[in-house]
Design a binder for this molecule. Sequence first.
Ligand SMILES: *Cc1c(COP(=O)(O)O)cnc(C)c1O
Length: 382
Amino acid sequence: MKIKKNYILAPGPTPVPPEVASAGAWPLIHHRTPQFCAIIKEVAQGLKMLFQTQHPVYFMASSGTGVMEAAVANLMSPGETMIVAQAGKFGERWGEIGKSFGCHLVEVKAEYGKAVQPTQVEEALKKNPSAKAVFTQLSETSTGCVFDIEAFGKVVAKTDALLVVDGISGVGAEPCFPDKWEVDCLLTGSQKGVMLPPGLGFISISPKAWKAVDASKSPRFYFDLRAYKKALDSDDSPYTPAISLLFQLKEALKIIQNETMEGMWARHSWLAKATRAAIKALNLELFAERPGNILTAVKVPSGVDGEKAVKVMRDDLGVTIAGGQGSMKGKVMRIAHLGYMDRFDITTAISALEIAFKRQGFPIKLGAGVAAAEDILWQDPQ
Ligand SMILES: *Cc1c(COP(=O)(O)O)cnc(C)c1O
């Protein structure tokens, strides 16, 4: 076929709404001006809504991993103990960052696809009473599993340790209430639930965590949160900000404000439910024990080459989903329902998956998954 459309249905980068895309082309204005300070003031307000926190949310020019590094560099000192509650590739990243900052690492693990249990975190805290912080994920994007952050918060808040949550794929899609749940540091990136191109990281710090920021002996300069705090207190940024991305953020936050956070969560939950229904109707299995609103990870059935199916979907059909990472390569396929997506993104993804499986001779009834999804999607979310 000569004409092929491209659909990006992976868990980051996610599609960017047209209003947001065009804001990236606005003429630049200088960042040390009252006009730009007004934009910072507006987005800082919007970010508190996005994060569901009363505390300031700092933004910096980096991908999500940059703000993960900022969390470690600002909250931990060399030699201190970090507990990492992990069950996937992104959880493992916390440990890698911690090790490069000289932290002592205690890993609390569950199998890929499973959720780390709050009791496991509780035990680790008991065994390591001097642990400085617990690092984890709201949504482990490599497996599609969401963790019970509210329960983690209850366990951690009983101790002096801090709770640090990577919400890079979760924020915007999965409800999270850092103030109520006693999350000390929440962070996200721009290219997932926030509907922006990659390049911005966001991080919030509780008053309890600020004490650790002030006391940290880790080397830090660009990511020193004290500089961001000082600047944001006067609607400013410490270094040249990603001006165009901030224009885009302003537009994205308008869309989010208009939909409301409750509306965003309901839409994501609806799309996730339809995707799971489609997968079950195709007699396929879900990979995650606690699948979230962000993405649906599907186990690749025997008789299907999972890597090849993802490639066929992308290169022949124009539909980009994600395969498995690390040891999950070829074993899972991940369909995102994240950010700027609606019902037809789901039917497109399912339809492409059906076609890719059919082309490998896998017994599949074309349309069965789409029909099951439509059974949920024909009505708007309640
Ligand atoms: C995408 C993702 C990251 C990595 O973010 P980058 O922007 O690629 O640096 C980390 N954690 C989670 C949970 C993610 O989904």
